[in-house]
Design a protein around this ligand. Structure first.
Ligand code: NDP
Length: 448
């Protein structure tokens, strides 16, 4: 048998050859594979069964046409996808993203990360992801509804409460979930558990919309507790102004920190006194406005075009909560120069590979998305439990469970890193701990 390192390299090369145009997927693979070599060295049985090749190949990729009519009566078409990547630990679970940048590569990277994220939660869910290159921005409610209905007409053939349970992601919030759920119900039957992130009015979970942002902050809280510190009086950079960013900012305030930024794809707000959360919610959640409106209501703040990661201010903690590859190496260097100690990723793969490696090499506590943002899917799994029980738990109960799950994930990453002589390397800890669970289940289930 070749040694673990050669085996992993060979598998990695094969993946590159077979998916050469899928840049984001390859980036996720290149981050993942080298970190699990120490584990493979101790577990030749998984190399014998070639589990690494199996786990990096999706079980099923579904692609379909989504025709819909715009408000002018013109016929439009978008592309829809669902990646059912791995069901070793349970039914496929992962969000739907509606954004013009969506393609197979982006969804495969997201679905791949989702497998290990879901494993880390300790809950019985496999990994999947889906979406469309449809852009809900600037569309009327009617257009969004017609698109969602058409999308679900096709997707409904492949999902179900015990098969594949989609949720939201970029561009998919409670409005889109509502329209898709309505169509699923019309085609199939009323299955509350077929989607999560549902509005509270029909069997959504308390605390789900807050869960990803809150969870990322809880991860940082537990890390700081280990260092004998709290978030009290710490200044934070947050990117994004969507679902994850808003509730990250809310929890930071609750724990005594001061989030001074938020952003969208055009620019960012720098509010030295701290982001006005109520104003941000009003603009984004009620009126779907751009951030340029923020400074009209709050002239003391600054609006700057471009990436928030160009901002040159001293901060201790950073929460990237927008999108993949928003932090490139230059921004990583700037953050380190400005004293950042913790980077906790609310978004998926917001740091480029080079940036992530730089954080780790610089002694920054780098908390990768698949661990730090797992709170969202964890509460989605709790929503599934509630739907099965025909019950809706109280907010406090869900929030307590979320905090406990994030503590468990943090400790798992920490302890797994230590056990592999890589103290504080949470990327390695998360990858090995997630892979170990999935590989074990796959090996037991045989060659399927
Ligand atoms: P939303 O659609 O609610 O918000 C996305 C935010 O990111 C918006 O402010 C958006 O700005 C910004 N953004 C999107 N694309 C870009 C870009 N190319 N450059 C700069 N900014 C951009 O999505 P979510 O908050 O739900 O998701 C944010 C991240 O968190 C994603 O990486 C997602 O995968 C991840 N995540 C989400 C979970 C959830 O529960 N929702 C769970 C786990 C991870 P604009 O309005 O200009 O597009």
């Amino acid at each position: 048998m070749t040694n673990a390192s050669e085996y992993a390299k060979k598998v990695q090369e094969n993946i590159h050859q077979g998916n050469s145009h899928e840049t984001e997927f390859l980036q996720a693979i290149d981050e993942f594979v080298p970190t699990i070599i120490p584990f493979l060295e101790n577990h030749p049985e998984y190399q014998e069964k070639n589990i690494l090749s199996l786990v990096t190949e999706p079980e099923r990729v579904i692609q379909f046409r989504v025709p819909w009519m715009d408000d002018q009566g013109d016929w439009q078409v978008n592309r829809g996808y669902r990646i059912q990547f791995n069901s070793a630990l349970g039914p496929y679970k992962g969000g739907l993203r509606f954004h013009p940048s969506v393609n197979l590569s982006v969804l495969k990277f997201l679905a791949f990360e989702q497998i290990f994220k879901n494993a880390l939660t300790g809950l019985p869910i496999g990994g999947g992801k889906g979406g469309s290159d449809f852009d809900p921005k600037g569309k009327s409610d009617g257009e969004v509804m017609r698109f969602c209905q058409s999308f679900m007409t096709e997707l409904a053939k492949y999902i179900g409460p015990n098969t594949d349970i989609p949720a939201g992601d970029i561009g998919v919030g409670k409005r889109e979930i509502g329209y898709m759920f309505g169509m699923y119900k019309r085609i199939k039957q009323y299955d509350a558990g077929v989607m999560t992130g549902k509005p509270l009015e029909f069997w959504g979970s308390q605390g789900r919309k807050e869960a990803t942002g809150y969870g990322a902050v809880y991860f940082a809280k537990h890390l700081l507790a280990d260092l004998g510190e709290t978030l009290e009086n710490k200044k934070a950079i947050v990117s994004g102004s969507g679902n994850v960013a808003i509730y990250c900012i809310e929890k930071l305030y609750q724990l005594g920190a001061t989030p001074v930024t938020c952003s969208d794809s055009n620019g960012f707000i720098y509010d030295e006194a701290g982001i006005d959360l109520e104003l941000l919610k009003e603009l984004k959640e009620v009126h779907r406005e751009r951030l340029t409106e923020y400074i009209k209501a709050r002239p003391s703040a600054q609006y700057v075009e471009g990436s928030v990661w160009n901002l040159d201010v001293e901060v201790e903690v950073a929460f990237p909560c927008a999108t993949q590859n928003e932090i490139q190496i230059d921004s990583a260097k700037r953050l380190v120069k400005n004293g950042v100690r913790i980077v906790a990723e609310g978004a998926n793969m917001p740091s480029s590979l080079e940036a992530a490696d730089y954080f780790v090499a610089s002694g920054v506590y780098y908390c990768p998305g698949k661990a730090a943002n797992a709170g969202g899917v964890a509460v989605s799994a709790l929503e599934m439990s509630q739907n099965s029980q025909r019950l809706q738990w109280e907010t406090e109960e869900v929030d307590q469970k979320l905090d406990g799950i994030m503590k468990h994930i943090y400790e798992t990453c920490r302890d797994t890193a230590i056990a592999h002589d890589a103290k504080d390397n949470f990327m390695l800890g998360a990858n090995i701990a997630g892979f170990a669970k999935v590989a074990q289940a796959m090996a037991i289930q045989g060659l399927v």
